[in-house]
Write a protein that binds this ligand. Structure first.
Ligand SMILES: Cc1cc2nc3c(=O)[nH]c(=O)nc-3n(C[C@H](O)[C@H](O)[C@H](O)COP(=O)(O)OP(=O)(O)OC[C@H]3O[C@@H](n4cnc5c(N)ncnc54)[C@H](O)[C@@H]3O)c2cc1C
Length: 405
């Protein structure tokens, strides 16, 4: 039997494409290498699935052509996604601009998609990895598990390389390459950064709201504010994920990367306030005194970095030492030496060049009937629901074009 549409990959983008293509009356086959559909979705947003975001601007997406996704996001963006899920009986809730399923359970998203896929009689085969694909005359063939399937259109929705245990193993790049598509440089994004300094073992475990400014060879390349998590190896947390792409890109270009953290970004008058407090607390040690401002472990780490004894009485603290401590609180310099790998990354930066797909249909410019969607393309979003939104948007765009035009 020949399908109208075959889809390699049953993640967010592939499931959305299956639903929209089948809703158009197409006979659809969905092939997934894992034992179940949507395994990665279950892990998103700490199991709550941050599906989209109310706020979007020109910095929400990155890639070779950062503006590429926006016209499609206008056609099927957050409000259309909310309507789509409501039409399938699932309500969404918004928390500070971030959208989640109302149940705050990622499983609700997967179950909603899977039950619609069944309702539309999409043929689903799990535990099937597409190993090879080709097109002869008007027919695509996909091979795997000793079987071959045929279809008029093929959608590649295999994701990137992030977290292979959740399904995406980079095989999509090989499939795209076999159809002569080019792959831009790929690397982990939305990931923790490794840093130089023995003091990290002293401050590991601390979470602190900070402002971060990233410099590459002395030039500012990114800034962000939020709760930073200090670890044994360096820095993590959402603001670090947000800047990671820029820092990693610079490291890969052999630039010297440093992050300057203001550990008290909301305290505009820190030197004056600290000087004032000092008058009332001459009986405290330096460590005790600065604990009035900052996490104890951070204070200890700063004093060790500055070679100032934590037990020293503030009476004996010199003016120079006081200034050094204040300036390290406001400009805590971290030298970035590396980054965690795909096993810890949320997304892959880079992918199939978007110059080779048609903006607005996502059909290959190289081969008619071939569509490439989701994270497999050279599009990556910032942290906050933008990657799932893109996966769903691109799945909708490709799936709804087939059989319509
Ligand atoms: C831990 C974690 C948390 C995240 N949290 C969020 C979040 O809260 N919000 C957000 O917006 N984004 C989040 N993301 C990113 C988001 O999940 C992805 O960007 C999005 O799921 C990509 O969708 P996709 O369909 O392109 O690829 P994937 O979801 O990776 O799906 C690809 C599917 O294809 C299958 N596959 C791969 N190769 C083959 C093959 N050859 N044959 C058959 N099947 C194949 C895979 O098994 C997989 O099921 C998170 C990612 C991770 C890892």
């Amino acid at each position: 039997m020949k399908y109208d549409v075959m889809i390699a990959g049953g993640g967010a983008s592939g499931m959305m494409a299956a639903i929209t293509a089948a809703s158009n009356g197409n006979r659809v086959l969905l092939l997934e290498r894992m034992e179940k559909l949507g395994k990665k979705i279950l892990a998103t947003g700490n199991g709550r699935c941050n599906i989209s975001n109310r706020y979007m601007d020109e910095n929400s997406y990155r890639g070779g052509l950062p503006h590429f996704p926006y016209s499609m996001l206008e056609e099927f963006g957050v409000y259309q996604l909310i309507e789509f899920f409501e039409s399938l009986g699932m309500l969404m809730t918004e928390i500070n601009g971030y959208y989640y399923p109302a149940s705050l359970q990622a499983a609700a998203v997967v179950d909603t998609l899977v039950s619609k896929i069944q309702n539309l009689s999409v043929d689903v085969i799990t535990g099937f990895e597409v190993k090879r694909a080709e097109k002869r005359k008007d027919t695509f063939r996909v091979y795997g598990n000793g079987k071959v399937f045929e279809g008029s259109n093929l959608i590649l929705a295999t994701g990137g390389c992030a977290q292979e245990k959740l399904g995406s193993n980079g095989s999509g790049y090989l499939l795209a390459k076999s159809f002569h598509h080019s792959i831009t440089d790929t690397f982990p994004a939305l990931v923790a950064l490794e840093a130089k300094g023995k003091y990290f073992s002293l401050i590991s475990g601390v979470r602190n709201v900070s402002r971060l400014i990233v410099y590459a060879n002395g030039e500012m390349i990114a800034k962000e504010q939020g709760e930073v998590q200090f670890t044994k190896y360096g820095i993590s947390g959402i603001p670090v994920f947000q800047i990671s792409r820029f820092a990693i890109d610079a490291l890969r270009r052999k630039k010297k990367v440093k992050v300057i953290l203001n550990l008290m970004p909301n305290q505009m008058t820190l030197p004056e306030t600290a000087a004032e407090f000092l008058k009332n607390c001459p009986y405290k040690s330096v460590e005790e005194f600065f604990q009035g401002f900052l996490n104890k472990k951070l204070v200890y780490g700063i004093l060790k970095r500055l070679h100032i004894s934590p037990e020293k009485s503030v009476r004996k603290m010199t003016e120079q030492e006081f200034t050094q401590i204040i300036s390290m609180i406001q400009s805590f310099e971290v030298e970035i030496t590396g980054y965690k790998g795909y096993d810890m990354a949320q997304v892959t930066a880079g992918g199939v060049s978007v110059k080779e797909v048609i903006q607005g249909t996502l059909e290959s410019k190289i081969l008619k009937g071939l569509y490439i969607i989701g994270e497999l393309l050279d599009v990556d979003g910032t942290c906050g629901g933008y990657n799932l939104q893109w996966a769903f948007t691109s799945g909708y765009i490709a799936g709804s074009r087939i059989g319509k035009l």
